[in-house]
Design a protein around this ligand. Structure first.
Ligand code: PLP
Length: 458
C-alpha cells in the first residue's frame, strides 16, 4: 500500500529547515519560536527560500496590508498593462494551516485541475500537500516539480489507455475506478495498481453534481467488490466526491455512511480496506452559504466514529486551496449608456431600464470562464473605494470579445466609472486560469506572484 505522506510534516519539530533539495521539504516550527513576532514571517520565509533553492524562482514578500493595496502598487509601477492577475502564494500557507486545524487526520491531495499554475503546485508541494491528477499531463507536471509517484492519486475513474500505461511506467499506483470495464482494463494494463473504488455520493447539495458521470451505486459497488475478490485485484480503498461547490455537510455525512458500508462489505470477502478518500467540494472562500470550517467541524467527528485510526483518510480539495489566491484587475476601456425597453404583451406599456455598460479586457473566454463552467458569480469591486454616500447606477460589465455571452457582471449597482478606472475581482483562483483561452486574439493576462504576510492561525 502506498504510504500517504502527511501535511503534519508542515510543523515537524524534529527536523531542521532542509537545504537538501532532493528530499521532501519540511518545516521547523522551533524556528518559528526563535524568530516569531512581529511579522510571523517564518513559514512564508521557508516557502520563499524553498521556491528559490528548488526552482530558482524569486517570489517577493508583499508588505502591503491587503490584496487591494498590492494591486494598486502594481498598477502604479506598470502603467502600460490594462489587465493582470495577482497570485498570492501566502494564501496557500493560510489554507494549509486552516486544513490542518480542522481536518488534522485528513491528508489533502490537491486537485490539479482546479488551477495547475506552476508556482501554486510548487508551493503546495513545499507545504506537504499531495496531488490528485486526472491525466498523463497532470501526472507529468507533478513529477516534474519533484513529487514522488506515491504522492499522487490518479483520480479519474475513466482513464485513457496511454494514460494508464504512463502511470504504470512512472509507478503511480493509486487510482480510482467505478465499473467492471475499467477494472478489467486496469488489471490488463497495470496489474499492480492500488485500486480505490469510487462510489456515488449524495450530490444533491452541490452546484456541480458528478453522480451522472462518475461513482458506482450501492449494488454495483457491492458487485465490484465481489469482482475484485474473484479477480484478486488489489482493492485498497473507497473514494467519493460530493460534487463541486457543496453547500451542506449532510452530503459528506450521508456518503461517509455509504463508504462505511463498503468497508464492511469488503470485510466479508476478507479484504481489509485501508484507505478512505473523501474527495473535494470544500469551499475556498467565505462568500458562499457555508464555510470550510463549518463543513470540516461537522464531518471530522463522523470520520472518527466510522473509521478506526489505522484507516488512512485522504481528500482531493481543489477550490479550497486556490480560490482565494488570485485576483483579476481590469481597466475599463470603453463605456456606453443603454436603455433596455420592454413592452408588456397585454397592456402594450413600455418600461425603460437604464444601464451603464462597461467593457473590460478579460472575459468569459479568459479567466471568467468560471461563470460558464463553474456557475461562479464573481464580485466586481471598484479598486479605489468610493465614498459611503456615492450614487449607484445599474451597471453591466462586458468582456472584450465580440461574443454577446461575454458578460462578467450583469445588472449590478455600481458607482459611475470613467474610462481608465480600475475594477477588480477577488477569489478568482479556481477553475479560471485552468480553462482560459485566447479567443478573438486576446492574450492571457500576465501573472504577478507574491507572498502576502498573513497573521498565522494560532
Ligand atoms: N476530485 C475530483 C475527482 C474532481 O473531479 C474534482 C473536481 O472536478 C475535484 C477533486 C476537486 O473539486 P473541488 O475543486 O470542488 O474541491
Amino acid at each position: 500500500m502506498t504510504t500517504v505522506k502527511s501535511i503534519t510534516e508542515l510543523n515537524n519539530t524534529t527536523k531542521k529547515l532542509t537545504r537538501n533539495r532532493r528530499s521532501k521539504p519540511s518545516y521547523d516550527s522551533e524556528n518559528v519560536k526563535e524568530n516569531s513576532s512581529p511579522t510571523m514571517k517564518n513559514l512564508e520565509k521557508f516557502l520563499q527560500e524553498e521556491l528559490m533553492h528548488r526552482y530558482n524562482v524569486a517570489i517577493p514578500f508583499i508588505e502591503e496590508a491587503c490584496l487591494n493595496d498590492w494591486t494598486k502598487k502594481i498598477i502604479g509601477e506598470n502603467k502600460a498593462e490594462s489587465v493582470f492577475t495577482t497570485v498570492d502564494l501566502g494564501r496557500l500557507i493560510y489554507q494549509a494551516r486552516l486544513w490542518k486545524r480542522y481536518l488534522p487526520r485528513v491528508q489533502p491531495y490537491y486537485a490539479v485541475k482546479s488551477n495547475p499554475d506552476i508556482n501554486i503546485l510548487r508551493s503546495l508541494f513545499i507545504l506537504g500537500v499531495n496531488f490528485d491528477c486526472a491525466s498523463k499531463g497532470e501526472i507529468q507536471q507533478i513529477l516534474e516539480i519533484g513529487a514522488e509517484p506515491s504522492q499522487i492519486i490518479y483520480a479519474n475513474p475513466a482513464k485513457g489507455f496511454d494514460h494508464i500505461i504512463y502511470a504504470r511506467e512512472k509507478d503511480v499506483r493509486l487510482m480510482t475506478f467505478d465499473n467492471i470495464f475499467e477494472l478489467q482494463k486496469i488489471l490488463q494494463n497495470f496489474p499492480n495498481a492500488e485500486l480505490v473504488l469510487r462510489i456515488s455520493s449524495n450530490d444533491t447539495m452541490s452546484l456541480l453534481p458528478f453522480g451522472y458521470k462518475f461513482g458506482a451505486r450501492k449494488d454495483d459497488a457491492f458487485a465490484l467488490i465481489a469482482a475484485c475478490s474473484e479477480l484478486k485485484a488489489n482493492l485498497v480503498g473507497i473514494s467519493f466526491h460530493v460534487g463541486s461547490g457543496c453547500y451542506s455537510p449532510v452530503a459528506f455525512i450521508d456518503t461517509l455512511h455509504r463508504a462505511r458500508e463498503m468497508f464492511s462489505e469488503a470485510e466479508k470477502y476478507g479484504i481489509n480496506l485501508s484507505l478512505l478518500d473523501i474527495g473535494g467540494g470544500f469551499p475556498g472562500d467565505d462568500e458562499g452559504p457555508i464555510t470550510f470550517s463549518e463543513i470540516a467541524s461537522a464531518i471530522a467527528p463522523v470520520i472518527d466514529s466510522l473509521f478506526p485510526s489505522h484507516i488512512q483518510v485522504i481528500a482531493e480539495p481543489g477550490r479550497f486551496f486556490c480560490t482565494s489566491t488570485t485576483t483579476v484587475a481590469l481597466q475599463i476601456y470603453a463605456k456606453r449608456d443603454y436603455v433596455l425597453r420592454r413592452v408588456d404583451s397585454e397592456s402594450n406599456e413600455i418600461t425603460e431600464i437604464k444601464e451603464t455598460q462597461y467593457y473590460c479586457p478579460d472575459g468569459v473566454y479568459g479567466n471568467f470562464n468560471n461563470i460558464i463552467y463553474d456557475h461562479a458569480k464573481p464580485i466586481c469591486r471598484p479598486l479605489n473605494e468610493p465614498p459611503l454616500d456615492v450614487m449607484l447606477f445599474n451597471s453591466t460589465f462586458f468582456g472584450p470579445t465580440c461574443d454577446s455571452i461575454d458578460v462578467i457582471a450583469k445588472n449590478i449597482s455600481f458607482p459611475d466609472m470613467n474610462l481608465g478606472d480600475w475594477v477588480y475581482f477577488a477569489n478568482m483562483g479556481a477553475y479560471t486560469i485552468a480553462a482560459g483561452s485566447c479567443f478573438n486574439g486576446f492574450e492571457r493576462p500576465p501573472i504577478y506572484y507574491g507572498v502576502l504576510l498573513y497573521k498565522a492561525l494560532s
